[in-house]
Write a protein that binds this ligand. Structure first.
Ligand SMILES: NC(=O)c1ccc[n+]([C@@H]2O[C@H](COP(=O)([O-])OP(=O)(O)OC[C@H]3O[C@@H](n4cnc5c(N)ncnc54)[C@H](O)[C@@H]3O)[C@@H](O)[C@H]2O)c1
Length: 300
């Protein structure tokens, strides 16, 4: 197979000053992309701002012979980040929504500020950047978009109500965009990574942080952003050199006779069947999912 190249492609990577975003930025540049290295340069909890982290990554790319420009805006000013791409490189082909912060607290201690800031950076930020890039992609009949979800969003995690809400929200945003983008060759996928970074250094032991290299996540992002990639609307868990795909699974369920009516006791009686995943379905779109439900209207 030929090498994955991004010559003449322009990529925006948000939160590219550190961790995963930095790893993605360096690899895209190595493969010929013109990179907008976006980073607000604040703390892992969303405080402050600095040009330093984006500048260092841009310097590293340029020193290696690549092309890159820094963008210091918050993702909540997504249109300015996209404008940076247009002003410097004239187009936008790929958006990797990666910027993120944490405000971990148990739900009872969570403040509105913790909830809102996490929502703003992850969800509103990814929306703003992607929404500003979308018309350019439609016009070019080409686009590749990545949303960075999280296992915390898929499975939940103590102390991360705000973060898990935001992370699975990104996945569902990506699901709808994958449908809307199909006719314009815009592929939209989500990843739930695990990597050693400043974000995980307070949760994971140092030895593990050292081993879980962000570079083990980047190859999947590169593959999904390749122009030959046709995968869209997918969600992958990725980390430690392992990659797997997720999908929805739904039990066969039980259809009640709607002429006779049914009550909570009837639901109790069939609870085991409702919860039984033997021969489960894997609906991949709303139509498929609705069909099994609606067919019970004939159960009279
Ligand atoms: N590291 C993991 O194990 C892990 C697991 C699941 C999800 N993620 C997600 O991966 C992404 C990258 O995380 P990381 O581990 O590399 O963390 P990181 O803290 O190393 O990098 C995140 C970057 O985003 C930047 N950023 C924060 N707010 C911003 C804003 N408003 N505008 C622009 N940039 C902003 C930060 O300055 C930082 O450089 C995040 O979305 C995170 O939620 C990471």
């Amino acid at each position: 197979m030929s090498d994955v190249r991004f010559d003449d492609r322009v990529v925006i990577i948000t939160g590219a000053g550190n961790g995963l975003g930095k790893s993605h930025a360096l690899e895209f540049a190595k493969r010929g992309a013109k990179v907008v290295v976006n980073d607000l340069g604040g703390s892992a909890h969303g405080e402050g701002a600095s040009k330093n982290s984006a500048d260092l990554v841009v310097d590293e790319i340029i020193a290696a012979g690549g092309e890159a420009v820094a963008s210091y805006n918050s993702v909540t000013d997504g249109e300015k980040i996209v404008q940076t791409a247009i002003d410097n490189f004239g187009r936008i082909d790929i958006v990797v929504n990666n910027a993120g912060i944490l405000r971990d607290k148990s739900f009872s201690k969570m403040t509105d500020a913790d909830w809102n800031l996490v929502y703003q950076v992850h969800v509103e930020g990814a929306y703003k950047v992607t929404h500003a890039a979308w018309p350019h992609m439609k016009e070019n009949n080409y686009g590749r978009i990545i949303f960075t979800a999280s296992a915390a969003g898929i499975y939940g995690n103590f102390g991360q109500a705000n973060y898990s809400m935001a992370k699975l929200g990104l996945y569902s945003l990506g699901q709808t965009l994958s449908i809307e983008g199909k006719k314009n060759n815009i592929c939209v996928n989500s990843i739930a990574p695990i990597a050693g970074s400043r974000m995980t250094e307070t949760i994971l032991p140092p030895a593990l942080i050292e081993q879980l290299k962000p570079e083990y996540v980047t190859p999947l992002v590169i593959k999904l952003c390749d122009e030959n990639n046709t995968d869209t609307g997918s969600l992958f868990e990725v980390g430690a050199g392992w990659i797997g795909k997720l999908r929805w699974e739904r039990s066969k369920g039980h259809g009640f006779n709607i002429t006779n009516g049914f009550n909570a006791e009837d639901v109790n009686e069939h609870w085991e069947t409702i919860n039984n995943f033997t021969d489960a379905d894997h609906p991949s779109n709303t139509q498929e999912a609705m069909m099994a439900v609606m067919s019970n209207l004939g159960n009279k």
